[in-house]
Design a protein around this ligand. Sequence first.
Ligand code: URP
Ligand code: ZN
Ligand code: ZN
Length: 464
Amino acid sequence: MAIDVLFKNGTIVTDFSMYKADVAVTGEKISQIGIGIKPDTKTQVIDCKGKLVLPGAIDAHTHLAMPFGGTISSDDYETGTRSAAAGGTTTVFDFILQDFGETFPDAIKRRDVIAAPQAVVDYSFHLAVKDIENKLLYTMEDAVKMGVPSYKVFMVYDFGVSDGVFYQVLEHSKHIGALIAVHAENSDLVTYLTNKYINEKKTSAWYHYMSRPEFVEGEADERAIQWAKATGAPLYIVHLANKQGMDAVKAARAEGYPIFAETCPQYLNFTKEVYKRPDGLNFVCSPPIKGKDSQVALWDGITDGDVQVVATDHCPFLKSEKKWGAKDFRKIPNGCAGIENMYPYMLSEANKGRITFSKAVEVCSTNVAKIFGLDHKKGAIEVGREADIVVYDKSKRVTIANKDMHGALDHTIWEGVSLKGYPVQTWSRGKLIFKDGKFYGSKGAGKFVACKPIKLKSPDLGSM
Ligand code: URP
Ligand code: ZN
Ligand code: ZN
């Protein structure tokens, strides 16, 4: 078999090991891994001596061009996925908000028409459930057959679902190979606390945090887990940001329930103190960033395996839009950017010694593929998988600056954060799309990737 590209003399990182070997790519796939693989006359040889060779990250949680908070998130499928590529992310899972009365397959078709001509890297979707009336519930199965088996229910926002709908969707999911994800916060408490602070004229970004403190999220996590246990369905908690919820996830997993948790880099690197900064409104997201105890619990969760995924919840809004809420935190569009920063940040934390490189690969790539049914294609440097490959330079130092990012946003909450090591090349299905700060990809080259139906029966992803 002819070798098109050969990554020579690098150190391959898997979710459990690191070893020196060459990686050969034929067409869009990894065709050989071994020592001393010989190039053909036409092979492009990439010298990876002293570098790490990693699977591209899979961002399990993005909101591209999403109508939200009175506007539309500022990265579309082109700028968002270009930014992803520049940070070593080669697949994104983007959220589709179902319209009321819309079938789930129609929601996928409506969104794919926009994504397909724009995406630079591969993409898949999760569906956010608004409406299951009039037999719409039963169209979930059709979406699973189209390769979209993951659903998110919101316990908050004006389109959040009732407890009864959440329970029903959970019950249904296990019969059709679907996985339900949840945004867990107690909506009634958010409403009460928000009104209380507004009436007291406490309107700064700090009161966004104060109206959604630790227990508001923790209680909802506990409730969601209770229903998952009652129905026997697996559950994936998105953007987990608090210790109480982390403890609940840990306990349920120890009892053998298939409960999974995702956290985000913003919860790992910042604490609630950011909301007191003059630019605190730029950090407004829901759930809000919590205190140090929660941050420590989330890092422990990553180390212990109780947090399986780190994803961005990339939902960028312009500075001018964030400023709508300068005098009223309710008007700040909720969401932060991170699509270009996640993999570099997690790998830098590995390079600084907080976690292993294998752990960074596991939570940013391999586990995402396993949980969402993509492990036949993505998530590992393995023969037969698609050649989504990142070359990482451990010695490169980068201080994050928005001017060096590749998306459409005019600021970043990551400004000034120092990273040790950085992805220097990104390859998508065997094609170079990013190298040394320069983008080589093309709009529309990213393809929709269909996921397999999801059958998570135990908390252990190794023994599915
Ligand atoms: O603040 C956030 N997280 N915005 C995006 C929507 C969501 O809840 O994931
Ligand atoms: Zn959410
Ligand atoms: Zn989100």
